[in-house]
Ligand binder design. Structure first.
Ligand code: UGA
Length: 443
């Protein structure tokens, strides 16, 4: 059987892996984080989180200091010493199709299998198309040294960026797919902290575990596109979608979360996950699911176009040489992640139409600049709205929601705002002299 206190390795130190490694060390385990990118490893080993995630830097420093946590590019020696190996690498969207690119998951699993020197449990956490884990089991069987008891199970992760630490240490549920009794025992020991606090554990087979993850994201995406579709009806009918969402949310069967109408979902997960599920559902002949998700995706992308159109309308049909102040670049607040960011997408579309776009984001300015170097970047909201013909609020950072609308109005050429996230206090902005347009709200 595995030792009382299994030693842990975590392969991949992006948002998921770095947080998982730090959280496992925080729970008292000996943890080695492994990545092929020496810059990431060097930063983490020096106590610097290479992305913005509230609370993670403090926890990283604290656990490095205990000596329980370390980061390396040396997969062979890390794996040789470990008992439980978490696969936390990315599964990006393929360039040529909607399918998930499984190269990193395959490479990480192969590397683990090859370097094992003792019995082990390999735990997949990455988001993968259903059927992947079964294939990876074949890889492990081929590559692992003979005579070792090696098992691959699936344990999807549901953490949100911006709340990654909290979600990892206090998950809503733990899903264990394909685990033997031994592997289940090992994993229950690893998660003893959160499980002791009453977290439900769902023990199931591999395909169900894989699918729970992508269906959770697909459901969240569907909820957002649903409210955005209704927002369109609200606009046409003169109704207010924010009041409507509050009223819907009082129904316990519906719930208020993920009913914020606006610019729609972005980031490294929801958009690619629904597309990968669409692709996989098609492969499996489950066309109804792919049809539904296709609509969800289209409604979502339509919101970005809608905000571009609203900006054009606000500028009498053309943004050529108009100054557009964009507040927000991250795909949501509390992160510096700009992957598939609706905010940057809209900013870039307006830039292409000849607008002079100036973007400000409290955290994502640098990551945004790397992706869209042709846009202008400000170092404050005030600077971004200076001389603006129209201001767009595209990410609902507190700093924008709580901004003083009078001060900002005085800096603009024309005090005109499009609130694409529905979070600004409309009355305050109107009484400060702003022409205010919101998505799905009364004009
Ligand atoms: C999402 C899921 O929420 C996590 O459970 C999951 O683990 C993660 O993907 C993943 O697969 O790794 P995340 O991408 O961090 O987490 O962000 P969310 O908080 O889900 O927000 C996604 C997008 O939806 C954001 O662009 C946000 O602005 C948008 N959104 C969210 C809305 O437009 N309306 C809402 O009401 C809620």
């Amino acid at each position: 059987d595995s030792p009382e206190q299994p030693r842990i390795t975590v392969l991949g130190t992006g948002y998921l892996g770095a947080t998982h490694a730090v959280a496992m060390a925080e729970l008292g385990f000996d943890v080695t984080g492994v990545d092929t990118d020496p810059h990431k490893v060097e930063a983490l080993q020096a106590g610097k989180v290479p992305f913005f995630e509230p609370g993670l830097d403090t926890l990283l420093e604290k656990n490095l200091a205990t000596g329980r946590l370390r980061f390396t590019t040396d997969v062979a020696s890390a794996v040789a010493q470990g008992d439980v190996h978490f696969v936390c690498v990315g599964t990006p969207q393929q360039r040529t199709s909607h399918a998930a690119d499984l190269r990193f998951v395959e490479a990480a699993t192969t590397a683990i299998a090859r370097h094992l020197t003792k019995d082990a449990v390999i735990v997949g956490k990455s988001t993968v198309p259903v059927g992947t884990a079964a294939r990876l089991r074949g890889l492990v069987a081929d590559q692992a040294p003979a005579g070792l008891d090696v098992e691959l199970i699936w344990n999807p992760e549901f953490l949100r960026e911006g709340k990654a630490v909290e979600d990892t240490l206090h998950p809503d549920r733990i899903v264990l797919g394909g685990a033997s009794e031994r592997a289940e025992r090992v994993l229950r020991r690893v998660y003893a902290g959160p499980i002791a606090e009453g977290t439900p554990v769902v023990v199931t087979d591999l395909p169900t575990a894989e699918l729970v993850k992508v269906s959770a994201n697909a459901f969240l995406a569907t909820k957002i596109s649903f409210i955005n579709a209704i927002a369109g009806v609200c606009e046409a009918a003169g109704a207010d979608v924010t009041v409507l969402a509050d009223a819907l949310g009082h129904d316990k069967r519906i719930g208020r979360q993920f009913l914020d109408a606006g610019l729609g979902f972005g980031g490294g997960c929801l958009p690619k996950d629904i597309r990968a599920l669409m692709h996989r559902a098609n492969e499996l002949g489950a066309y109804r699911a792919s049809g539904l998700l296709q609509q969800v995706d289209e409604i979502n992308m339509g919101q970005r176009e809608r905000v571009v159109d609203m900006t054009l309308e606000a500028c009498e049909g053309s943004v050529l040489n108009k100054r557009v102040g964009v507040l927000g670049a991250a795909f949501k607040p509390l992160t510096d992640d700009v992957r598939d960011s609706p905010a940057l997408n809209v900013a870039a579309a307006l830039h292409l139409r000849g607008a002079q776009v100036t973007v400000f984001d409290p955290e994502a300015g640098d990551t945004a600049r790397r992706l869209f170097p042709t846009l202008a970047y400000a170092t404050s909201a005030e600077e971004a709205v200076e001389g603006a013909d129209v201001v767009l609020v595209l990410t609902e950072w507190d700093e924008f929601v709580e901004a003083d609308p009078e001060r900002l109005a005085a800096l603009t050429q024309v005090p005109r705002v499009i609130d694409a996230r529905g979070k600004l206090p409309v009355d305050r902005w109107r009484s400060a002299g702003w022409q205010f347009t919101g998505l799905g709200r009364l004009a």
